[in-house]
Structure formats: structure tokens, C-alpha cells
Design a protein around this ligand. Sequence first.
Ligand SMILES: [Zn+2]
Length: 351
Amino acid sequence: MDRRTFLAAAAVSSVATLGGCATGEATDEGGVMTVTGPIRPADLGRTLMHEHIVVDFIGAAKATPARVDAELAFQTALPHLRKLRERGVRSLVECTPRHIGRSVALLRRLSEASGLQILTNTGWYAAVDHKFLPPEAASDSASRIAETWLEEWRNGIDGTGIRPGFLKLGTGNGPLPQIDAKLVRAAAEVHRRTGVTLFIHTGDGAAALDEIRLLREEGVAPAALIWVHAMNDPGPVQIEAARLGAWVSLDGYSLAPQNVLRFPRFLEAHREAGTLNRVLLSHDDGWAVEGNGPRGSGFGLFGNGNTAPFESLFTRLLPDLRAKGFSEADLDLLLVANPREALTPRHRLLS
Ligand SMILES: [Zn+2]
């Protein structure tokens, strides 16, 4: 099927399945939804699996779209995104959830201007003492919450028609608090209905294993889960989760200096364990309207002083890995094949 035929088929598919059905809905025939529409998984190409264009850490109670200066964000981000295209990156997964500054119209404008394919998300972020959750996270049932997210999946976000390409949650450390566990069950319901991949920002290894347990109780296989920030675990649980089939996302390369040593060690451990085919990479770079780092509020990079976002993977990590004997095929696995498989909507259910 050529691209045009595919896009037409995908559009028909998403319309035809709006009402939902027992076996699922709106999987777009295995297509991947970007902020400019569906694409074939094969067209994702080299993909950064966890980045941010703009975030606002003020908290759900005060976060409003008006706090993001979209023009300033556009002008600041665009040169960096163009540079990514020059590095051969074709796709970027923008992981900023609703209530933390998600700005999908800005993402579409940046995608059109840079040529970079960008994915956005539905879902809520429960980490950091539930500061980023709306009140209904406590009062609504898991099914009601799933419906809220499915509404964005079906009809688009904030009246823009832009649909999410994945579901994003955030949880703290394990064992998971009751609200976090409820959100994981709601995410499982969305996965059962749509086949969409579940990105879960996760505090530690215990929380990751808790998430896998909850998903299994809901009939969802670990392969539906991307364990975001898996580098918070020193190693053993990463391997365990990967062996269970979950995706292990090593995605904060730019955020801490020690990652320059830790990331190659983690990747060597996965290579030895035979689990490199479950590992994903990214920087977790971005800009903060209201920061969570030492620079605090203001238009800075998470307060970590990084003036060259989305670069260190290419200028530091990949050369380090090549020096340690990782082949170009290994690097393609991490940056092309694994993202393609992880992002393709597919019902990953326990039989
Ligand atoms: Zn992030």
C-alpha cells in the first residue's frame, strides 16, 4: 500500500470505528498517529522516544494554556528540531501530559515547519504527590477516567482534531498508591479498547513491577508498557522487566552527568542478557515555563543549564557505544526498530 492509499484507509478506519466494538476500536490499521495525522510504522525512522518541547510545572490547579508563550516556544524550539532532522532523526515522541503544559497546536506547527514527525499523548501524570492531577482523578472510577482519555483518542485534543499517538501516565515509587493503581487500570482499559502503547513515568523498579502486575490483572501483556525512566533502577529490575516483555526506556541521558557512565553500563548489561531488543533511548530534554530545577521559573531547560538540547545522544552516547563494540545494527535496533515496534498500536493481551 502506498502512503496515500494508507492514509486514506487509515482515515476511513478511524471514522468507521468511532463507536467502538467488543474487539477494540480506532487502531488505524496498525498506523501510528502523529500531530499531523497517521503514518505507517515503517515511516517513523530514527525516533527519539521521550522528549519535551515545552512544560509547565506550576501544577494542575494553576496550569493554563495562556501561561505558554507559543510564539516564543516556537522560535526557540524550531532550530533544535531542524538540527535533529539534519542528524537523520525523523520522529520525536513529545511526552508532556495534559496539566503539565501539553500544547498540541504548537507541536503541529513545529512539525510542519521542521519536517519532524511528532507524537503527542492522552493520559494524566500522578507522580510528585498528585500535584499534576485534576480533582476527578480521585473521584472518578477507572472506567470513567478511561472514557475521558478515549474521548481524546477518538475525537482529538482541545478541539484541534489532533489525536494522541500514545497514552502517558506518571507514577511515583512502589508500592503504588491507590490513585496511581486506579490510573494504571484505566490505562489498561484504554489499551484493551485501542491497542495504544502505554508510557508510564515510573519512580522505581518496585513501581514498574507493580504496573506489570496490575496490567496483567487487567489482561494486558507487559509488551504494552513502556517503563519510562527505567534508569532509576540500578539494573536488575530493568533486565527482569525486559525479560517479561516490557519496554525499558533509558530516557534521561541529558539530565544527570552520571548517565554518561551509567547508560553504556546498562546497555552492555542488556546486550549480555539478550534484552537489547526491549530497550529505548532518549534525552528527556525540554523547556520549562515553570521549572523543577535550580533555575526555577523562566524559560530554561529544566533548570539543568543545558544549552544544546537533543544532542548528547549523538555527540556522546553513540560514539561511546561504538567504542564499546556496539554495531550499527545494534544502534539501529535502539533508535529505529525498537521505537517502530513499541509505537505501533496493537492489542497486546494475555491469551
Ligand atoms: Zn519527561
